[in-house]
Design a protein around this ligand. Sequence first.
Ligand code: DX5
Length: 232
Amino acid sequence: MIVAAKTPTVVPSLLAGDLSRLGAQLDAVKAAGCSWVSVDVMDGHFVPNISFGPAFVTLAKSRGFHVDAHLMVTNPLEAAPWFAHVGADIVTFHLEAIHGSDARAALDLVRGLGVKAGLAIKPKTPVAGLLAALDACDLALVMTVEPGFGGQKFLPDMMPKVSALRAEIDARRLDCWLQVDGGVNASNIAQAASAGADNLVAGSAVFAEKDPAAAFRELEAKARAAFGPSQK
Ligand code: DX5
């Protein structure tokens, strides 16, 4: 199947948003060309933090965004319908949360909800499990921080995982976004994009900035300039 190359896309994460003016912040990045935002869902079990429920997907959809719900929860297959029901475009769950059960079947179950399905791995999880299910993924997520909190330091040691996944996606022409999430900023986004990430989640590097719109534009320009040869 010939798959059109994907344009490297920066995806602001609501986790770093200012909840007292999140709507205005979303409108600002939308005006700057942002079309996709990420909603980090944390349950206080899978990660030591509690964040957003489906209402934040509803908010982002009401502002006209493409939305991925990143489920950092111990019961992703139970929770997935709650986010699909409010219009999430992609629901991403963690390989570690399904405890060795069939990732392919889990991805198909999520897709059966009428949404696209993403699979994520934490920094300590080898890439093999994601590679094995890659052809069943609409999105593959390599965490570049230990999930749970925004504002952490980017882990460059995750880049070999990104390159391995990029090579497989390109070799098999898979229609799959390759996403990184965690600590992405203006100083490391080129490294992530040149390793092969075409989807780059950025929270603090956008919403903690004085001018989120300008920050978004700068990040996306850097990502597109650095993206791998296969997309040139
Ligand atoms: C971690 C979260 C964060 C968030 C991005 O569980 O997933 O990575 O999306 O936050 P920053 O960009 O501030 O690291």
